[in-house]
Design a protein around this ligand. Structure first.
Ligand code: TRH
Length: 356
């Protein structure tokens, strides 16, 4: 089938990250024909840049405006149109669909949530005045949801130095063998300065891999230079491609992640993590976090429950770090359970089957 994915980058990278991951799965694993129309092509290109060229070339990346021109050539009328995260289709493009001989199905690809109500809304029709069929598609962890994007599965990453991405090789060589590695990708509201200082009181070595922009964010939040003990080493990596960032998550012992894509990758890495969920004004994020923790900790021991709930609510590491080995075991088990639930191929396959 031919797919057109519309991606508007409101802020951050998550929308582009999800669209790219979906597109690469649809093309390289499921032999679909995919174009992405994006209003911020440079960001999308950056995310996609580290991907193997054979995979990268299969997806047609286009600027948003190109969508109108393309449709006039009726040969490229799509079978499926994805509105990622409810973005509105360009009027001219929609008008073209209405007069096209073949009518596509429109999918409103929603945000991932562990909340129970999405099970009832996933796959429901969304009748439109223009008459084209449109459906809600909800990614999720539970059965009977749209699932999660699992491509590329992290176990393909091996531990050899040969696999270190070129863009971070120099920085990676500064890591200490005595130290645990923690990657950091969080929003400005995180109390990271205090958190790192407390980590320094644990009497263990930690190498902190700050992703692009995090060091500046840290300086701004503390308002003064941070004094950390020698047990804590801060390292900054540049903005890397999505594959390279996936690799970083898979290599660290603990990850601090934020929007829905890095959140899922941290789980697939099979390591303990803090999900710094995007803060919403109406506190909707607290409900989402709680819903996730209910699922994530369903079969966890009390020790892991206490530690991970404390960590995800930004309690200081000295309050919970002594449970890290147990949390580690739980993370590995959760990863296996997650992959088991997605053994049908996860979101990409469910989407193809749904449309078919
Ligand atoms: O960038 P985000 O904060 O995006 C979020 C989500 O879309 C969220 O749902 C939305 O509500 C909010 O923005 C407004 O975090 P996320 O989802 O983890 O996406 C980051 C993407 O960027 C992910 O695909 C990984 C990628 N990435 C790189 O490719 N290279 C990097 O160096 C880093 C740090 C990230």
């Amino acid at each position: 089938m031919r797919w057109d994915i519309f991606c508007q980058i409101v802020d951050n990278y998550g929308d582009a990250g999800i669209c790219w991951r979906l597109a690469r799965s649809l093309t390289s694993l499921h032999k679909q024909d995919v174009r992405i129309f994006c209003d911020d092509l440079p960001t999308l290109n950056l995310l996609a840049s580290g991907t193997e060229e054979t995979i990268r070339q299969k997806v047609d990346l286009q600027p948003w405006e190109a969508s109108c021109g393309h449709l006039r050539q009726s040969v490229t009328t799509p079978d499926v149109v994805i509105e990622a995260f409810g973005c509105d289709l360009p009027e001219q493009y929609l008008a073209g669909l209405l007069i096209a001989p073949k009518k596509p199905v429109i999918i409103n690809l929603e945000y991932l949530s562990a909340e129970p109500w999405i099970v009832d809304f996933h796959g429901k029709a969304s009748p439109q005045a223009h008459g084209l069929p449109k459906y809600f598609f909800f990614p999720g962890f539970q059965d009977k949801t749209g699932g999660i994007l699992i491509d590329p599965i992290p176990h393909r990453f091996n531990q050899t130095t040969a696999s270190i991405p070129k863009s971070i090789k120099d920085i990676w060589s500064q890591l200490r063998s005595s130290a645990s590695k923690i990657s950091v990708f969080c929003y400005p509201s995180a109390p990271l300065g205090k958190w790192l200082q407390d980590l320094g009181s644990l009497g263990r070595d930690f190498d902190i891999v700050l992703t692009h922009g995090q060091r500046e964010q840290l300086s701004l939040s503390t308002g003064r230079p941070l004094t950390l003990p020698p047990s804590i080493q801060l390292l900054t990596i540049p903005f890397v491609s999505q594959d390279e960032y996936d690799w970083v998550l898979s290599q660290c012992d603990f990850n601090i992640v934020r929007g829905e894509d890095s959140f899922v990758r941290a789980q697939l890495a099979g390591k303990p993590f803090i999900w710094h969920i995007y803060p919403q004004e109406d506190h909707a994020h607290e409900v989402k976090l709680e819903a996730f923790l209910d699922l994530y900790l369903e079969s966890a021991t009390d020790r892991v429950k206490t530690a991970s709930i404390a960590a995800m609510n930004w309690e200081l590491p000295s309050q919970w770090f002594d449970s890290i080995d147990d949390w580690n075991e739980h993370s590995k088990a959760w990863r296996i359970q997650l992959l088991q639930k997605q053994k049908d191929g996860g979101l990409a396959v469910r989407l193809v089957s749904f449309v078919a």
